[in-house]
Design a protein around this ligand. Sequence first.
Ligand SMILES: [Zn+2]
Length: 282
Amino acid sequence: MAVTVGLVAQIIERIAPKSWAEDWDNVGLLVGSGSAPIERLLITLDGTLEVVEEAKAFGAQLIVAHHPIIFRPLKNLRADNAAAQVPLRLLQHSIGYYTAHTNLDQSPLSSSRALGELLGLREMKIFDEPEYDLIPIQKRGEARGYGVSGYLTQPEKLGVLWKNFLERLDQSGVYAHPYKLSGVRLAGSLEKDVRKVAIVNGSGGRFVPKALFKGADLLITGDVDHHAVLDALEGGMAVGDLGHFLSEAPMLQALYQYLSAEKALQGIEIRVSLTNQPPWLV
Ligand SMILES: [Zn+2]
């Protein structure tokens, strides 16, 4: 039986149901047809023109992305509208575009969990309420929520912890490709003892108050603005900002492994995009 776009969607929604997505989000199949057969599939965080060209060169019929390409109202498909170029090119090449966004963030495939495991956090729990105990991946679909929090086995100095963490990020296989660790920032005292860590991938700046409330010594996230960092420091919490891309890229590898392990998809070729890279140069 041929693998279709719809089958891939079904398999992803088994672990990250569409109903979990926020009201403001735009998830599911955004371009293409559910009944289209596929032989090759490209996984990416962002749907850029480069990624579409990569999908075409690879011979992919479907892009599975984290970020939606149609998000802010798209009012036309004109050649001179920058926001319309990716959907137009997808249509030209007959490539479908499927998004799992805030539903994937809350699923067992979230990069917060991969990063928490990389740090060796104990008593790891879902960060955003309701605070379920982290449920093993075999019971997928049951645990839901943004981010994780947990404890280091023993207190570590912030400076040492961060240096080791970045080194491990590079070597651990948490990323599908060896990305340049650009745009990474750290705020706080390097001598500070860290015991409790909260991790929220993506734009986690809005979780600063909650992380403070929960007594985290360090919040690792993706996008934090100036005032959120000041609030964190004021409350005695350090902030590690990996940048949006690097905080979410572990999700690509998790999704790749999840889809590759799926029996029904054995006949298709799956790849994680190489052209989708962190946008910051330094
Ligand atoms: Zn994101």
